[in-house]
Design a protein around this ligand. Structure first.
Ligand SMILES: Nc1ncnc2c1ncn2[C@@H]1O[C@H](COP(=O)(O)OP(=O)(O)OP(=O)(O)O)[C@@H](O)[C@H]1O
Length: 790
């Protein structure tokens, strides 16, 4: 059915027909499956046809012309897949009467419809569209009715026209409806005259797309709206792709000009300055000295520092230190270990300081210290038996930024732990930029995996901490920074205003782990030979094109030896290419969960999900307590045609919690045989297989390799190119510009006499009314994944 460019216009396949029934419609993407009674066609469909496609507004009983191609569906046979559709304007009296008496025009019956057609003739619709007074010739219509008919005809025309234009402009189907719903009758005007508005109003339409639309609409590249959108886009891009919380004014100017002046000098430095100042006046961005940032980010860093300084200012209650030391001794006895001095200080700091920090690499005793802190609090403050409390009333709260990390905390401590989101009540109805107001009742909050906490999440957390609550932040500052902007953990440590314990004695090495030693050597820049053999780690040389084969062999062997697929995790830093996550997932699915009788399958995009597949959740699903990066197993798939369900449904089992996904939710899932190192942060696996090849070039960085390695508990296999490995461990990530450290120092030094203040225009209301996405850390896209690796 393919047509070449010269003949396609003549050969274009079409069906003109009446829509009998809308069999399926996805609210999200507006993908429709229709049964159509064929009136006229140049295809093989004689009486009726199943027509599929993305349509904005299809009405049953209406006549449309669909253009597209004939496709073969695996289960349902031949269908017509439409790329364009257009309402057929009724061109007979009877058709027009039917149209005016349809549900579209409530209160108009056949008689009135006949009068309209009689008075205006066959071009009634075009007359009504063009002439406000067209309906005056029709007797018996009230003024209100005339207005209603005119508006309905015009908005229906405008929506159809806008929809057709969007198809021509190559705007994705899922965005088309959002655009029409946002701008309504103004859609055409926005698309033709103000396309740069889409960048800030429609999530997922970036500057490049708006630029293309503008070119097609004949808008000059020197248009002032293009400049304003370019500045905002550049600022957002720097923040989301690198993780900065601000960018230098000069850099913003240069980068904006670089982006906008590609073929000619459309704008000067001065033009950019004027646009930046105007945006600042309109409170779309904040300029402080020579820095520029987004209001919500500036506000988050400011407010977090202010709140921390308030908490730090209060002196904690007097503590019986002798008793505390005795309790620590008894903990040591019960655990059969002797805490080292650093560890002991870390435990005591949790009691004597309002806020304290514990940072250390794997195996340095962070978990063991957290256990000690909990017992110490229980003994000193004589808490009742844990089981006698409702978990939400227990005075100690354990939290982490991911579901998996919080589950680990609960497992190792024996008391309930939750995600930060859950603790503060960030739920289903919470929009991304809502400010949460939900004070946490607690005497002590311990936050683990702090390196994963970004600026916005930290702000949301801090605002809900009560002034008397003590805080302990635990993490490994050598790990990857948060996905969202900022380096919160490093800034808290760097500020010097919070008592920090750096743990540097590794205990897991004593248990014979060379994986931990490798991680430390990488962090400390110790020379090494990756080819050295150890019982728990291995390096296998391979080129990019051999990675799939090597991974195949390794995984097949592990499965033969009886390992479960949940024990083996392949980690890669990029999605595309032969050694990318997507390709490795396809391969691993074939090995670990092949097609088989009795296994149900559902196709979605270019993926096939099968029962027993290992999958990963890609965004936070707070209402179900399932988070970005959680992985589970497909438990079952139900089809509406054969099972007793309204919609096709896929059930994923996350450690015995079963979550249902409808088709439209499947964008939230991916296969998890191979995942990105970013998504594996906060998780640990018995066996990690980590390819490192030169084609990962942009992602070959020390903290990425370090984070991947430290996910392995028992065995680590690195396969790839040793030079790629050595260059990666020498390369630091791009440093992030942040302000939290500085704000914290400023607040803590001046607090007693001269509290620093937010600019008075920067209020919570303003943040709530912002249109800029705050890029919260749990987004599906990581800063590094923006990098084009081809
Ligand atoms: N002072 C100590 N003396 C002896 N063993 C210790 C000491 N501190 C910790 N350990 C042991 O070292 C091992 C690692 O400790 P722990 O799990 O607390 O480290 P961690 O920093 O939480 O590691 P990871 O981040 O990898 O989970 C445990 O087996 C623990 O019992």
């Amino acid at each position: 059915m393919a047509h070449d460019a010269q003949t396609s216009i003549y050969d274009e396949l079409y069906i003109i027909g009446d829509v009998d029934r809308v069999i399926f419609m996805s609210e999200d993407t507006r993908f429709h499956v229709l049964r159509v009674t064929v009136e006229k066609t140049n295809t093989q469909f004689k009486e009726d046809a199943i027509v599929t496609g993305h349509f904005h507004d299809i009405e049953e009983s209406e006549r449309y012309k669909f253009t597209g191609k004939v496709t073969q569906h695996a289960r349902f046979g031949e269908q017509f897949s439409a790329s364009e559709f257009k309402k057929e304007i009724p061109n007979t009296s009877q058709g027009l009467v039917q149209y005016f008496s349809s549900d579209k025009f409530p209160g108009i019956g056949t008689k009135t419809a006949e009068k309209i057609v009689e008075a205006l003739g066959l071009d009634a619709l075009s007359k009504i569209t063009k002439d406000d007074n067209a309906l005056n010739d029709v007797s018996g219509l009230t003024k209100a009715k005339k207005l209603q008919i005119t508006e309905t005809v015009r908005s229906s025309n405008a929506a159809d026209e806008a929809y057709l234009l969007m198809i021509k402009l190559n705007i994705e189907p899922s965005k088309r409806s959002k655009i029409i719903d946002t701008y309504k009758e103004d859609t055409l005007n926005v698309l033709q005259n103000h396309p740069y508005q889409l960048v800030s109003d429609i999530f997922g339409i970036g500057f490049k797309k708006a630029d293309q639309i503008a070119i097609n609409a004949g808008i000059e590249p020197s248009d002032p709206e293009r400049l304003v959108a370019g500045v905002m886009y550049t600022l957002n891009d720097e923040i989301s792709s690198i993780g900065h919380t601000y960018i230098m004014y000069m850099e913003l100017q240069d980068k904006t000009l670089e982006r906008l002046n590609n073929a000619a000098e459309y704008f000067s430095q001065e033009d950019v300055s004027v646009a930046v100042e105007q945006l600042a006046l309109n409170k779309k961005l904040i300029i402080t000295e020579d820095r520029v940032t987004l209001p919500n980010i500036y506000y988050s860093e400011h407010k977090s520092a202010e709140k921390l300084s308030h908490i730090l200012r209060d002196n904690p209650d007097e503590i019986d230190l002798d008793k505390a030391k005795d309790v620590i001794q008894s903990i040591e006895k019960s655990l059969s270990i002797g805490y080292n001095d650093n560890q002991r200080h870390a435990i005591l700091n949790a009691l004597t300081e309002k806020v304290s920090i514990i940072t250390g690499g794997p195996g340095t005793g962070k978990t063991t210290i957290v256990k000690g802190i909990i017992t110490l609090y229980q003994e000193i403050f004589e808490y009742e038996d844990y089981d006698s409390y409702e978990p939400k009333n227990y005075p100690i709260k354990l939290v982490a930024p991911t579901g998996r990390a919080s589950k680990r905390m609960a497992d190792t401590s024996g008391i309930e732990a939750s995600t930060i989101h859950r603790l503060i009540g960030w739920g289903q109805d919470t929009a991304v930029d809502d400010i949460i107001d939900n004070e946490i009742e607690a005497e002590l909050i311990i936050v683990d995996e702090m390196s994963m906490v970004d600026t916005w999440l930290f702000y949301q957390f801090m605002q809900n901490v009560m002034p008397h609550t003590k805080l302990v932040f635990v993490g490994d500052s050598a790990q990857l920074p948060s996905v969202g902007p900022g380096t919160v953990f490093k800034d808290l440590i760097g500020s010097g205003v919070i008592k920090t314990t750096i743990l540097d004695t590794v205990y897991r090495q004593g248990e014979g782990s060379s994986i931990v030693k490798l991680a430390y050597d990488i962090d400390n820049g110790v020379p090494m030979n990756i080819n050295d053999k150890f019982k728990d780690r291995l390096f296998i040389p391979a080129g990019t094109n051999q990675i799939a084969e090597v991974v195949d062999t390794l995984v097949s062997k592990a499965v033969d030896k009886g390992y479960d697929m949940r024990d083996i995790q392949v980690l890669a830093p990029i999605y595309r290419g032969p050694a990318g996550i997507n390709n490795l997932n396809q391969l691993l699915q074939r090995i670990l969960n092949p097609e088989a009788d009795g296994k149900k399958e559902i196709e979605f995009g270019d993926k096939v999900y099968r029962t027993d597949d290992k999958v990963i959740q890609l965004i936070n699903r707070t209402e179900d307590n399932i988070f970005n990066g959680d992985s589970g197993i497909i438990d079952n798939i139900y089809f509406k045609d054969t099972d007793d369900v309204d919609k096709d449904t896929l059930i994923v089992d996350y450690d015995n919690v079963k979550i249902a996904y409808e088709r439209s939710d499947l964008t939230e899932l991916s296969h998890a045989y191979c995942t990105s190192i970013h998504k594996a942060q906060g998780s640990e696996y018995p066996i990690v297989i980590m390819p490192i090849v030169s084609s990962y070039y942009h992602m070959l960085m020390k903290n990425i390799v370090y984070t991947g390695i430290t996910r392995a508990k028992e065995s680590l296999i690195i396969c790839g190119d040793e030079n790629a490995f050595y260059s990666a461990i020498k390369r630091e990530g791009i440093p992030r510009n942040t302000m939290l450290q500085q704000f914290l120092q400023k607040y803590c030094q001046v607090y007693e006499t001269e509290p620093a203040e937010l600019p008075d225009y920067l209020t919570e209301e303003m943040i709530e009314n912002m249109t800029v996405d705050p890029m919260i850390g749990m987004d599906t896209v990581t800063p590094y994944e923006f990098v084009d690796t081809r």
